[in-house]
Write a protein that binds this ligand. Structure first.
Ligand SMILES: [Zn+2]
Length: 146
């Protein structure tokens, strides 16, 4: 069965399908798509398969954009390690030297706070990198194909 996705290349689809939420610079939709974890093309469909998951949905539920192009790789993890490591170390040092928190307090607090912040930050960064990948049409090079 022929569908819109099978007869048009991704480049042709981007030219044909209007991008209703895209402004001229395309900056706001990227941040909006990242913070709301929405489809980078329409800004409405959910990007992730489940509410608390890092797995991408196979396609947008609204505009049917295939998320197969999206491969942020280790990018979100690297940024999350750098950002969260810095923030948590500041938190640990403040808790230790400002408030004199005992070691069991550190274990209780940071073992709960760290995974929650990591999941939220990973989702934000992954959605942002997928939106940037879509915006700049960054895909793996496929040799022998046009
Ligand atoms: Zn969409």
């Amino acid at each position: 069965m022929l569908s819109f996705e099978t007869i048009c290349s991704p480049q042709e689809r981007r030219e044909i399908v209007p991008e209703p939420t895209m402004n001229e610079a395309g900056i706001l939709p990227t941040w909006r798509a990242a913070f709301l974890a929405r489809c980078p093309r329409c800004g409405e469909g959910r990007l992730f398969a489940r509410p608390v998951s890092l797995a991408l949905a196979p396609q947008c539920g609204t505009c049917r954009l295939d998320f197969g192009f999206a491969d942020p790789g280790d990018g979100p993890a690297v940024f999350a390690i750098l950002i969260l490591g810095c923030v948590l170390m500041i938190g640990v040092l403040v808790a230790e030297f400002r408030f004199g928190m005992p070691i069991w307090g550190h274990l209780m607090l940071w073992s709960v706070v760290t995974p929650i912040l990591a999941l939220g930050l990973l989702r934000l960064l992954k959605a942002g990198l997928v939106a940037l990948q879509y915006r700049h049409q960054a895909e793996e090079q496929r040799f022998g194909q046009k």
